[in-house]
Design a protein around this ligand. Sequence first.
Ligand SMILES: [Zn+2]
Length: 478
Amino acid sequence: MKIKMWRRNFFLGLCALAFLFLAQTSAHAQAGNDLALLDVMVTQAVNDEPLILNKQTVVRVVAQATAATDARVTVEFDGRTFTQTKRVETTPTNADVFVGAPQSFQMQTVRVQLDATDEQPDADVSNNTRTLTLPMVKPNEKIVAYFLPVDWTEEQRARYNFTENFPRFVRENATYLQAAYPVSDDQIAVDWTNVPHMLAANEKSLSNNQGDFDAISSHLLYASISLAARRLKPEATLVVGVFPPGWFAAHGNKSALGLALADVKGTVTAQYVLTDATTSAHELAHLYWMYEDYDYSIKPSRPYTWLDRSGYFVQKQVPQDISNNQKIPTFLSAYSPERPSWVDTRAYEYLMAKFTIESGGQVTEPMILAATMSRQVEPDGKNFPSDYSAGYQRFEPKQTVYVAVAAAGMRGGENLEARWFQRDSQVFKENKTLTAGNAWYAFAVRNRNGMPQDMYRVEIYLDGKLVKTSTFEVKSSQ
Ligand SMILES: [Zn+2]
């Protein structure tokens, strides 16, 4: 009985489909082909972020046609016009237009137009243009990275074809840094030497004979690398010491690929993996107090944090599109050669704020640049995440949870509000009045008896308008 009913409905369904199909085709024949502009996204690393002055940019134009057709895509950006021809399909089709780096510091108006190029006229041209207006940020941080090979023997240099591969490794790291960090092309300078710095015996041990972390030896190691590099490059703000493969394992640290000592500012180490261009981006983020995006203190452990928003590796022309079945780890996650990483909103916004608020950067309009979760904030009214604690995602129940909010270019007198939620119920709210200019503001929640283990979020409002949402989890590692 049931089967019979189903068959009946099935055939009725088929008839209805056939009818729809006929109806649609005849409608097209009457109206002609319609080319339509569905969406425009202007991206430098992460979608929907303010534009950084002088940073490489891509404009993604999403188009669709009722019958596949060639279209001319015209993009006006920063006073220049870019044109390319693209085959537009009957499904949403991306045309990625690389528009260089914006040079004028102003509200950017981006105009996009789509024109049919073949004989077939466009039935409806009212859906062919779009104009966006985007604010800009001018960070004021200057990063001079110096790559120093450390402890490479003749034999290792020969085995890994060092003379050819090391400069390539440095170049790939530099490109990744320039692409993934919210800075202009001229804010990151990279230099290197191919003469290895050899360590003394007492500088080589990362753990003592009990297997514990050896602080004295590690500091000697960092001091030695730091001095050697700064002798060669005095203006270096970042020294990346690059060890030969296997060095960490041979000297007491089985799992590390890189290491940053919080109290030796400006020097990081990385183990050479030719295919890993992300090491310096990861280690440098630690120097700006960003925490790891892996968590091995809970069960099951979490090696990755996934991107929360799509983005673009513009310099390599590689989209970083995420979906339910395509996940991309952040560069602060554990390294895996099979999973190329990228930057998420959390890290990008925090670094943009870090490079703007404290360094005298500028914005084209008042903006909240970031709302960064952290376990500590700098005292004396400075309020930025401190001591290796920016970007925390999981808090112990009795820890104080901070959110550091970066307000740039304020006029003064604005109202900033933080609303804290445990799932859908608001648990706390707090207000602050802003002063003119750039500053960090910190809000905190804490429960003496322990916050319930759950998912939380904090919403940040500027004069009543929701401008940022940050999420975190309270979960005990006990
Ligand atoms: Zn790390």
